[in-house]
Write a protein that binds this ligand. Structure first.
Ligand SMILES: Cc1cc2nc3c(=O)[nH]c(=O)nc-3n(C[C@H](O)[C@H](O)[C@H](O)COP(=O)(O)OP(=O)(O)OC[C@H]3O[C@@H](n4cnc5c(N)ncnc54)[C@H](O)[C@@H]3O)c2cc1C
Length: 460
């Protein structure tokens, strides 16, 4: 058999379900397509994520060359490129891992249909999720809409399985051997695609991901207490690596369950949130554009474009929000506690539609993942499944006092407040710090306006 393994958000050569099956089944070539449909939508022509992908592919290419093989890379529309490659390489079967995003599902259907017409099989595998949609169901066979019972069922199933975590070994000796003068190390794909490399904020690739996991294992037991404080390294910082599949979800769970501490269990629960949001997107694809709880789409958002712009630029006059947004703009990363603070602030204090914030994060986040981002935004705006109640509104001042008590994170990103002391920094007197903006809204007043704005939901 001549097989093609199409990699997408699974940029690694170990514990890879589709690749493992493909290599067992026959001689395999590995292919990556820079998808024109996706890249055409990117406004920033030196998007950091493209550099991350490029560097991940370069690492793969080096590994493949050691085995006498090479990665085949193309730029174009996958529904054209995959069938073309199958014809050129006389492929019998295409193997790939499943992706649960609405665009990806349509793309795969189209590719499968085209291949079928030429007599080529297209087989997909579970890989990115530990459990897929129909694996975790309630006693009556329906889908969960609340996280905690979902997590309990997930853990129960894991326990029942004898805590088995599959490891999809990849027999690289079964790769097709060939020389590829157009390999990624020798072709300037940036130029072909009309992009430029960006300075790397995160070193891409599997080696780096596994190193980070190992480093995190040394303090995983402290995760439960440390994870909420943005000024310290309390979390794994693996989200970009799992997003692009430099590391597998099973690598992470294997590490978490081997540690047996409260910190490790809390960390595994976060990875279960990831499965939960993927299941929600897979089974309720409308959430991409609409509220999970549809009545929330009746809200008439009162916020202004100017306030949205100030939020994006980190000049709202609320130090913790501004520090978080400036960090995002500069690095493409943001701590989870800060994501919750700025998202709640946008929807509930600036009264701006959650979709605008969600789109802004989609443009900026290195680890942007439609399912997790949408889930996080809908949780924050209270429109999602298992969201916080709409009348629970984060107070940015007290959140700041609690989670950045010394103002260390704020000082890192808001130099105007470098001289503020720990007491002043959360709600500074603007007369003392003239370079820093006045708060663009009153927290107390807008909190009240928010409750009124959301009453439409209560009535429906
Ligand atoms: C408004 C908002 C938007 C978000 N957007 C994204 C996004 O686009 N991509 C993304 O991966 N996460 C998103 N999250 C979830 C979370 O903030 C990040 O996963 C986390 O900050 C990544 O840091 P870490 O790798 O150090 O996580 P750790 O705390 O070490 O957690 C380990 C892993 O678990 C997963 N995880 C952790 N928390 C969550 C969560 N709440 N939901 C789903 N998965 C989770 C991630 O894969 C993460 O790498 C969002 C959260 C909010 C509130």
């Amino acid at each position: 058999m001549k097989n093609l393994c199409w990699i997408r958000r699974d940029l690694r050569l170990h514990d890879h379900n589709a690749l493992s099956h493909s290599l067992k089944d026959g001689e395999t070539v590995i292919v990556f397509i820079f998808d024109q449909h996706i890249l055409d939508k990117l406004k920033n022509k030196s998007d950091k994520r493209l550099t991350f992908i490029y560097d991940s592919l370069a690492e793969i290419e080096k590994q493949l060359q050691k085995k006498g093989s090479s990665l085949i890379v193309r730029y174009g529309k996958p529904e054209d490129e995959i069938p073309k490659l199958c014809e050129e390489l006389r492929i019998d079967k295409v193997f790939t891992n499943r992706d649960y995003e609405p665009y990806a599902k349509k793309r795969d259907e189209l590719v499968a249909k085209k291949l079928k017409a030429s007599g080529i099989e297209f087989e997909t595998f579970k890989d990115s999720a530990f459990h897929e949609k129909h694996e975790i169901l309630t006693g009556s066979g329906s889908l969960y809409k609340v996280f905690t019972p979902y997590k309990n069922k997930w853990l129960e199933k894991f326990e029942e399985s004898g805590k088995v975590i599959p490891d999809y070994k990849c027999e690289l000796k079964n790769l097709r051997k060939f020389s590829n003068p157009k390999n990624i190390l020798e072709t300037d794909w940036y130029k072909v695609m009309g992009f430029h490399p960006s300075p790397s904020v995160l070193k891409a690739g599997t080696n780096e991901a596994l190193k980070r996991l190992e480093a995190f294992e040394n303090h995983m037991n402290k995760y439960k207490e440390a994870r909420d404080f943005p000024a310290i390294e309390g979390t794994s910082n693996l989200s970009t690596y799992i997003r692009f599949g430099n590391i597998s979800v099973r690598d992470m769970i294997r590490s978490g369950v081997s540690k047996r501490s409260e910190g490790a269990s809390t960390w595994v629960a976060e990875i279960i949130w990831r499965d939960f949001y993927h299941m929600i997107l897979d089974t309720h694809p409308y959430v991409e554009k609409e509220s999970f709880k549809r009545e929330y789409d009746q809200i008439k958002w009162l916020g202004s474009d100017e306030d949205f712009k100030a939020w994006c630029e980190g000049r709202t006059g609320f130090p913790i929000v501004d520090a978080a947004m400036r960090c995002l703009n500069e690095t493409g990363m943001m701590h989870n506690r800060l994501r919750m603070i700025v998202a709640s602030f946008l929807c509930k204090i600036l009264l701006v539609d959650w979709r605008k914030g969600e789109r802004y994060f989609a443009e900026k986040l290195m680890d942007y993942d439609l399912a997790a981002n949408n889930g996080g935004w809908q949780w924050s705006s209270s429109s999602g499944c298992d969201a916080q109640p709409y009348f629970r509104i984060f107070n940015p001042y007290t959140q700041s006092e609690k989670f950045d008590s010394e103002g260390l994170f704020i000082k890192q990103w808001v130099p105007e407040l470098a001289k503020a002391n720990a007491k002043e920094i959360h709600r500074p007197d603007v007369l003392l710090y003239p370079g820093y903006p006045l708060p663009i809204v009153s927290y107390e007043k807008n909190r009240q306006r928010c409750l009124e704005m959301y009453t439409v939901v209560k009535k429906s």
